[in-house]
Write a protein that binds this ligand. Sequence first.
Ligand SMILES: [Zn+2]
Length: 309
Amino acid sequence: MERAGLVLDDETEAFLSFLETEGIVTVSDPLETDQLSAAYMEQYKRQVYFLLDILKSPAKAHEVQKRIFDAHITVFGLGAIGSGILQQLCMMGFRRFTLIDYAEVEENDIARTPYRIAMDVGMPKAEAAKALVEDFAFDPQVEMHNVSLRTDTDLGELVQGTSLIINTTDQPYVGYTNIKLSRYALQHSIPVLAAGGFDAHLASLGELLIPHLTPCADCYATFFHESLKDWKPIPHPVKEREGWFGGLGSLSTFSASTAALDILGYFMNPEDRKAAPGGRGEFLFHDYSLDTFVVERDKECLSCGEGHK
Ligand SMILES: [Zn+2]
């Protein structure tokens, strides 16, 4: 057997093959690929090495990075969590986005988002988010829509050609918008990242909804309807606090980071449910604890159950 001009005996060849299989040695420069440009690979090389550490194969690391380079992500809601996820996806090498939000950047957003107070206040969030992508992404391609997500919104046009939908819209309520997007995405085999929130002094970690692999948004709604039926909120000692919505940048960034990692896990193993099991988590600020719980698919679910494949 000959390698790089050297003749190797069977034993040495077997040993080298073993080292390759274990990812201990590689036969080539892990950054070398004809699939992606040298400039792109140089920019994201720390991530490519990270992927190599986990996947143990330059070819697989390239494949994942190429999938990221080609992906088209649609983001509904560009507030604290949406903009946080967006920034992190750009830092991973994602570059094609459709960005949707109806609101404008306000002064208080500076404490919770990566938007620039001097330049972005008063600007539609979709436009500020486009500027964010242009600052952080390699060869950015962005489409934006300054609209709200309503029950009668035609999703076909907004999510055309998308690889993954991210939902962070909390108006009128994130549970409703998740269900609208999840039902549409189930029919069109598009995964949805239903992002978490950060009210009530906690950071809730969202869930990835992969059609016919994980529970769908209806499964989650049924699960929480059942499990929270005896739950009663504790009244706040300050009365008439409508409109006083608390928020802490570090908590929303925590939610955004876990969502971005969930998305990376999906792009590393799109077919593997284990990479994105059904479930949700909550990080509680007051005692620094992290609770996670598993949500199973509801076999009787009217959207994704056995009879609706
Ligand atoms: Zn379901």
